[in-house]
Ligand binder design. Structure first.
Ligand code: UDX
Length: 461
């Protein structure tokens, strides 16, 4: 009798296993990574993007940018027919139950959020929904300042589709926390899911979808209002950026304090569970497509409400200054940098990505060019992106050793694994003046300073 009951429960479970068809609007780093991850677990996924070239590359089974593990997932899913990209928006709405909006939300010139991509995605979605009979769930993943979903997203879809939110279609805000360089892992193992729902059916459907995607490994899920979900994303990024700026402030203090080392301080304070050990790595400062733009947007938004932004202001100010501290360390040894040869190792805003958006390397190279230095750069993944910004004003090396050859100063700006294996002897042998400046703390200072003139962020011998 017990066996029969288990069997019946199993049959009901299988019948209940409705597999959602999913679509994405925007196949950038967030959209494509999620699309490929969902498809890898047998969901049918269609991705819409306005960029024809990108759509072609994806349909050939490739990722149009570098992200560890993503190429394999895209290739497998496209070959199995589970992932397809299109430039036809109605195809992505009519063949899906659930649509994620994953377009970028860049900064306007005054730092406020620029919603132009969100608005054009909404117009396309609304137009297609007009012709759809079934209920459809729209899920906003793009980062938007609080109240945007209520004031902008919902009215545009309602107006263009002539349908009512909560009746003919559902709407949720579902911020994404994946990090570049570990994006695939972050999609499969997020710390939490945040669902900001307009109505119960929308929230239930999204929670049910994630339940099917994650199964027994479903992370803690918070269901809340859209405005809370919007704010949670900004508060998370602002807090993380604040941690980085905090430890960089302590690092700058350590540099003026003989015998101090920020790495030891960070390790010790991180053991306090109330502080935590992550995001306490001092260095050249934080960058990337989110930190700078989200802090700027949160600041503008808070100011528009007359709320204080003091901690955001301080976080931005420390972070802007941090790459320039590397120039001060070079000047300490070389004096005037005019005509001095500086080798820059690492350009991407962090390792394992080819993204240079808002990277500390850009601020550093601009600062060094202003001082009249001659610059040679090397990065394992993003040379072409950097060339697009700096053209012939700097030189580009084929590898790390040719980058440092003949240099007066080498600066580590991104902690790529391959740089960690360069022994001090190589710097000594190849450089004109063996001055090494460590912006990411990848070398043991005591060992390297035995051989070289050595400076590191947050380290004072
Ligand atoms: C960030 C958020 O972490 C992620 O949740 C959100 O979805 C998008 O923005 P990402 O931009 O990929 O992710 O980078 P992240 O790993 O957060 O690092 C941001 C910057 O801070 C990098 O330049 C990194 O080098 C720097 N950083 C980070 C430090 O300098 N020290 C640290 O301890 C951590």
């Amino acid at each position: 009798m017990g066996g029969l009951k288990v069997y019946i429960q199993h049959v009901f479970k299988v019948l209940d296993m409705k597999m959602y068809a999913i679509s994405f609007f925007g196949l950038g780093r967030v959209g494509l990574t999620m699309a490929a991850c969902f498809a890898s677990r047998d969901f049918r996924v269609i991705g819409f993007d306005v960029n024809e070239e990108k759509v072609k590359i994806i349909n050939r089974g490739k990722a149009p940018f570098f992200e560890p593990e993503l190429d394999v997932l895209v290739k497998d899913s496209v070959e199995k027919g589970l992932l397809r990209a299109t430039t036809n928006p109605s195809e992505a709405i009519l063949n899906a139950d659930l649509t994620f909006i994953t377009v970028g939300t860049p900064s306007a010139p005054d730092g406020s959020i620029d919603l132009r991509y969100v608005k054009s995605a909404l117009a396309l979605i609304g137009e297609s929904l007009r012709h759809k009979e079934n209920w459809h769930l729209v899920v906003l993943k793009s980062t938007v300042v609080p109240t945007t979903t209520e004031r902008v997203v919902k009215p545009i879809i309602e107006e263009v589709s002539s349908k009512r939110c909560g009746y003919s279609f559902g709407l949720c805000v579902n911020p994404e926390f994946l990090r570049e360089g570990s994006a695939v892992r972050d999609v499969f193992k997020p710390d939490r899911i945040i669902i900001g729902e307009f109505d119960k059916r929308s929230g239930d459907t999204l929670e049910d979808f994630y339940g099917k995607f994650y199964g027994e490994e479903t992370p803690p899920t918070i269901r809340t209002t859209p405005v809370n979900a919007e704010l949670i994303k900004y508060a998370s990024n602002a807090f993380l950026a604040m941690k980085v700026s905090f430890i960089n402030m302590i690092a700058n203090l350590c540099q003026k304090l003989p015998g101090a080392d920020v790495n030891v301080v960070a390790e010790a304070i991180g053991l306090d569970k109330r502080i935590g050990s992550l995001f306490l790595k001092a260095g050249a400062g934080g960058g990337g497509p989110c930190f700078g733009k989200d802090l700027a947007a949160l600041k503008k938004f808070a100011e528009s409400l007359g709320a204080s932004t003091s901690l955001i202001d301080a976080t931005i100010q420390v972070n802007e200054q941090q790459p320039l501290n590397l120039i001060k360390l070079a000047e300490k040894h070389l004096g005037n940098l005019k005509g001095k040869r500086i080798a820059i190792l690492g350009l991407s805003f962090k390792p394992n990505t080819d993204d240079i958006t808002d990277a500390p390397s850009i601020k550093l190279v601009r600062g060094l060019l202003d001082e009249g230095a001659e610059i040679t750069v090397y990065d394992p993944k993003t040379m072409e992106n950097f060339r697009g910004l700096f053209g012939n004003s700097i030189k580009y090396a084929f590898d790390a050793t040719s980058c440092i050859k003949g240099a007066d100063c080498a600066i580590i700006v991104t902690e790529w694994k391959e740089f960690k294996n360069i022994p001090p002897e190589i710097f000594l042998e190849l450089m004109r003046t063996p001055l090494l400046i460590e912006g990411r703390r990848i070398y043991p200072p005591k060992e390297y300073s035995k051989h070289l003139k050595f400076e590191a962020i947050g380290y004072s011998p």
